[in-house]
Design a protein around this ligand. Sequence first.
Ligand SMILES: [Zn+2]
Length: 594
Amino acid sequence: MTSRSLLRLALAGAVAVGGFALATTPADAGKAAARQVPIRLLSLNDFHGHLEPPTGSSGRMVDENGQTVEAGGAAYVAAHMKRLADDNTIGVAQGDLIGATPLISAAYHDEPSVEFLGKIGVKVSAVGNHEFDEGYAELRRIMYGGCHPVDGCSPAGRWKGAQFDYVGANVLFKNRNERSTALDGLTSTPEARKLLSGWGVPALPPISIKWKNAVPIGFIGLVTQTTPGIVTAEGIKDLKFEDEVKAANLASRLLTILGVKAQVVLVHEGDQVNTGQSPDACSAIPGAGNRIATQVDPAVDMILSGHSHQAYKCVVKDPAGRDRLYTQGGSFGRVITQVDFQVDRASRDIVRSSVQADNHVVTRTIAADPEISQFVQTWKDRVAPVANKPIGRITADISNASTPTGETPLGNLIADGQLAATKTGGNAQIALMNPGGIRAPLTFAGSPAGEGDGVVTYGEAFTVQPFNNLMQVVTLTGAQLKTVLEQQFVGGPNGQPFQKILQPSANFTYTYSRGAAWGSKVSDMKIDGVAVSDTQQIRVAANNFLVGGGDAFAAFKDGTDVWSGPLDIDAFVAYLTANQPTTPPALGRITAVN
Ligand SMILES: [Zn+2]
């Protein structure tokens, strides 16, 4: 639905509800119960296209009893949504629904996942950083429909667009002269025009208003302001991402001007937790999510969050000192957050004391939804010829779990494959892979089919490397390469938020000191056993995300003579195919001292 039609609904409703308010007299005060209507929100975040039940640790969750149980899978999400939904329910989401997805979704630019989410009743979602993985233009296609400009229509035909509104109040165009349709219909009053004149040019609708039980509920979408540092620069080059609190407060005032008092923030930013806790515990460690939850305007009644893939249910104080709900529901469709509250029909505001929440684990012990099972099977059949193709063989599990130096066997394997794929065309001498781009382990048992013979299928390889990044090679001096490695560690002028150890190819070794100050941690860099000098020119292979300065590796942008090669997934597949059977690479490329 467009912003314009939303506004028309909002205004139509304002008249209707105003009528109720006029009819209410003090004599009716005793009928307080009848003057409140119940609303239920069912919320998901960070689904990441997991139509099939996720495997390994990605498919397990600690439940309310402290037991670790199998969780997730679209057909189970659908079954639990049906179980939990009533006539008062609005489905919502907090972003990263798409992007970094398994092949069943990614092969069709995530159209199957967005269609699924519409089918289960999601009506409005914040955008996440991963919604921008294929760029702003592709996000608009997902929102509004059309066939992919390169790959054409999917086997399901012309894409009709999302059946829910994507909102992002803090996503603006850099160019103030950019034409935007995001606010169409919202600037009809002088008050709104005045408010919005200072805002900049929104690239997405900032709010969505949904009516239920004759009351309007206003949803404000927000995405982490760190998005430019964690998605590929090219796709968002025209956009800027503003402070979440500032944008939320403007959007909240806009809702108030439109007469919408029941206000919910859907934010793709969140906090970490102490592990092993019940999803209903408030075990969140206050961070970027908590800042938003405590600082946005008191007119906002609750904060549903995402991004950190954790489950928590907290009550924080808003700036007016009132209790305010702050939740998150894990990731990969393993948790549904249920929020119940009453809305006063006269004031149209949420009765804050009535707000209750419950995180439900999406268990697989109830019957799967038959319609969604069939839907997933249809896409599974479509992608099967590609997904099930054996492309290699491994002798044992190859883990992506970090070791004390930050190296991982799978990261080392990927880096070796990247070097092999870029040596000839790009004259690469070493390769470096960002750890966040490795999304799953390679297991000997294999995919859910569990063939157990060490065969690696294309689908399994894709689950490890799902970004479709391009391999590139740049020239860095020895000094610049050292700066890149320093930027792995927390702090520094570019502000690395947490340690990210790049996975090196086998011929590159170095030492870092945990105790040394930022900027002098890295020493003893060697290529093929030969010491690297500051002025030496080195051809370094990495994906285009890193070369563009992603993950706060700003020094990569100093690279010169950029060469672009194959997709990272193609490099990985080619290496697995050429080296059968593949054994887990040894560690020891990085030495860490205290
Ligand atoms: Zn995210």
